[in-house]
Design a binder for this molecule. Structure first.
Ligand code: BES
Ligand code: ZN
Length: 403
């Protein structure tokens, strides 16, 4: 170890390479080791003359590699990724080695190491904190109660149609008379429509926040079965609706175009979101980020927010982790896998867009009453305190991406 530090100091002259940021000996000596993942193309790239000693490769697989890096050398790494790979950022920083290995070994997806669309730095603290302070738990509860009062929200039943029409009316009511906002029903080849609220920004770049509006009672499901779907997924729709309410209350005028979506027929195999995401791809729409909210109101684990790592975008996931660390520092978060394409984020990922799903618990601790007539507000202990955290995170996500 001492030898390594010695070597590092010896090679210091290398760090003052004219094109790269400079670091002092002092900084480097006091600098801690951190873990970052990069695309494995980094490994074969000639870099010795720039990094000698400050970077150690500790794990490689076909796609991704894990590096141990002196924290002080991060600006150099950042510059290197930008110059050599045209990536803005281009690496993911991890809190600890366990999380880092979990990320490296999670199933790959097509966009995980694509050049980043966005600058994921955090610069909007005053507005984010202001908006987060306005989140109202009672509004979320009322929406969950309303949506779970339908017999079911099954995609082929009249209740499925009526409940989505109610969401449409509520979002229209929130939009008021603003001419930059459109609320639409997206008709599919089955009765239940998806609902989309679009707030036009100055640019064509799009941020999507969505969740499924339908519910099911599993194998026994059908048009007349009771499927209140309070957690799965009235909670997600209620979370989204409270985000919209805060934006409207503050007369928020976005830079990018914001789209809120209540997907039809997720429970039937991600049908609604698949149709929408593939149409967006076909039309070349510039979706820069997708947030999926599916089950936000039962705290089953000793962590508050769990980021699903499969079929999602790793860079955006780490951005969400940073948002929690910065804006909700009292919350604990962790990562977990679904193990399959468990919700609408997978539709977006499959079509090449960056999607993430902050989830209510570790997968094994999730609400066991979903897909039954017991998925009620009562099972959620008659409050929405857990969903409030997801509403705040969604606001932070939106405001920080929208610039
Ligand atoms: N909300 C559930 C499951 C879920 C678990 C979503 C963890 C997000 C994170 C979802 O509505 C669901 O039931 N999905 C189905 C699969 C889908 C393709 C029909 C499932 O898990 O069986
Ligand atoms: Zn669900």
């Amino acid at each position: 170890m001492k030898l390594a530090i010695g070597l590092l100091v010896l090679s210091l002259s290398v760090f003052s390479h004219t094109d790269y940021p400079k670091i002092s000996q002092e900084e480097l000596r006091n600098s801690e080791n951190i873990f970052v993942t990069v695309g494995s193309d980094f490994i074969s790239h000639s870099r010795e003359s720039i990094f000698m000693g400050a970077i150690e490769v500790i794990h490689i697989n076909e796609e991704k590699s894990l590096l141990k890096v002196k924290e002080a050398a991060l600006p150099i790494l950042s510059e290197f990724m930008h110059k050599e790979f045209k990536r803005c950022g281009g690496f993911i920083r991890h809190k600890n080695i366990t999380k880092a290995i979990d990320m490296v070994e999670s199933p790959s997806n097509p966009v995980s190491f694509a050049p980043m669309f966005n600058d994921y730095s955090l610069t909007e603290a005053p507005l984010v904190n202001n908006f987060m302070g306005q989140v109202n738990e009672a509004n979320i509860s009322n929406m969950i109660i309303k949506l779970s009062s339908y017999r079911n929200r099954y995609y082929k039943s009249k209740y499925g149609v009526e409940s989505s029409e109610w969401i449409y009316e509520r979002w229209k009511e929130l939009a008021g008379t603003r001419t930059d906002i459109e609320v639409k029903k997206w008709q599919h080849r089955w009765p239940q429509p998806s609902v989309i609220m679009e707030i036009k920004g100055k640019s064509d770049e799009i941020i999507v926040i969505g969740g499924h509006a339908d519910s099911t009672a599993g194998f026994m499901g059908g048009k007349y079965v009771k499927a209140p779907g309070a957690d799965d997924n009235a909670s997600g729709i209620a979370t989204i609706t409270e985000v919209i309410r805060v934006l409207m209350e503050n007369n928020y005028r976005p830079e990018k175009t914001l789209m809120f979506m209540g997907y039809a027929a997720e429970e039937a195999g991600l049908l609604g979101s698949n149709e929408i995401a593939s149409k967006f791809k076909e039309q070349g729409k510039d979706v820069v980020g997708v947030l999926q909210l599916d089950m936000t109101n039962l705290k089953g684990s000793d962590v508050d927010i769990v980021l699903i790592t499969d079929y999602t975008n790793e860079q955006q996931n780490m951005f969400l982790g940073n948002l929690i660390d910065q804006y909700l520092p009292n919350l604990k978060w962790d990562t977990d896998k679904c193990g399959y394409a468990c919700s609408d984020h997978a539709s977006w990922t499959a079509n090449g867009f960056a999607a993430s799903t902050p989830f209510e618990s570790k997968k094994r601790d999730m609400n066991s009453k979903i897909h039954t007539r017991h998925d009620t507000f009562k099972t959620l202990k008659n409050n929405s305190l857990h969903a409030v955290k997801f509403t705040k995170l969604s606001l932070a996500y939106l405001i920080e991406l929208d610039r």
